[in-house]
Write a protein that binds this ligand. Structure first.
Ligand SMILES: Cc1cc2nc3c(=O)[nH]c(=O)nc-3n(C[C@H](O)[C@H](O)[C@H](O)COP(=O)(O)O)c2cc1C
Length: 297
């Protein structure tokens, strides 16, 4: 394991702007901070109860991408970037568009604001956007859509690639489809530096007694229930992308040092933490650092 390239930080969805979570993670042992996902327009997210916190560390959420929108984000980004770099942390902005063209607009707006970030994470895996026609498609499951998003983002550069890019995917349960996504990434390795896997597993459900635990029909499954799925995704992508410079970032069910060690053994070079970070905030990174050093927990 090459620890010089190891990264650890929060997964997208937990820090959308300035304020307390940002101060907390700045002071933590995280190497990376992820802001977003940010959409073009501000979004209030889904109404009602949208988060279920399972006793075993599993989460089901249907937040629906609440965020302040890109125009507001680029206003506060320079200050966040300054603070992050002063604390020796990499700043990553997660973007979520509703069409390939929107991904181009989002990355260009970020670029035009003066590149106050180290990396753009292209989120193709949000399962929680519902509208009048029902649930919106999840881009991770449509190879043509992924190809178009990557093409649009690339076409948005005026001269050269402005920063590092990662591609965040839903867990892909069909191994042949996963191989075709990996092949597309292999061909796009001039754009994509990292695969981030996984976003939540779509359309899970929890009950409190006889009643559904969230108010939206289904929610994305994260935390403990995702751990072994994420390990499988990391191992398959790592195998499929051997010989390229694309790195794999493991996300899913991490709550201790052993979970991180397993993802690294499966081929990840870094990790992000969602559900457990939401509960334990920045302290989780120093706890895990200690466990990794001591080879415990
Ligand atoms: C409350 C919540 C909000 C999330 N919002 C986003 C988001 O805005 N963008 C995104 O890419 N992933 C989002 N995710 C997915 C996480 O970033 C992460 O991929 C997933 O939860 C798996 O990690 P975990 O098992 O550590 O929770 C969200 C997850 C949760 C639980």
């Amino acid at each position: 394991m090459d620890w010089s390239t190891f990264s650890i930080g929060n997964a997208a969805g937990f820090i959308k702007g300035p304020g307390l979570p940002f101060d907390d993670i700045l002071a933590s042992a995280a190497t990376d901070i992820t802001i977003g996902s940010i959409t073009l327009e501000p979004r209030a997210g889904n109404p009602g109860v949208v988060y279920w916190d399972g006793e075993d560390g599993t989460s089901i959420n249907s937040l629906g991408l609440p965020n302040p929108g890109m125009a507001m984000t680029v206003r506060y980004l320079p200050a966040l970037f300054r603070q992050a770099t002063q604390s020796s942390k990499r700043l990553r902005i997660s973007i979520a568009g509703f069409s390939p063209e929107e991904y181009q607009q989002l990355s260009r707006q970020l670029h035009d604001c003066g590149s106050h970030y180290h990396e753009i994470e292209i989120n193709l895996g949000c399962p929680n956007v519902w509208g009048e026609g029902g649930q919106k498609p999840i881009a991770s499951f449509d190879l043509d859509l992924i190809r178009n998003v990557l093409m649009q983002v690339m076409m948005g550069f005026r001269v050269e690639k402005p920063c590092e890019f990662s591609l965040k995917l839903s867990p892909l349960s069909d191994p042949l489809y996963l191989a075709s996504v990996a092949e597309l990434v292999r061909k796009s390795d001039t754009l994509i530096d990292r695969i981030v896997t996984s976003n939540t597993f779509p359309n899970g459900l929890a009950f409190e007694g006889q009643k559904r635990a969230i108010d939206i029909p289904y929610g994305g499954v994260g935390g403990t229930a995702l751990r072994h799925i994420a390990l499988g995704q990391v191992a398959q992508f790592s195998e499929a992308l051997k010989g390229t410079n694309v790195k794999i970032i493991g996300v899913g069910g991490i709550s201790c040092g052993n979970d991180v060690s397993a993802l690294l053994a499966a081929g990840a070079s870094g990790v992000q933490i969602g559900t457990a970070y939401g509960k334990r905030q920045g302290k989780i990174f120093s706890d895990i650092g200690l466990e990794l050093m001591e080879g415990t927990g």
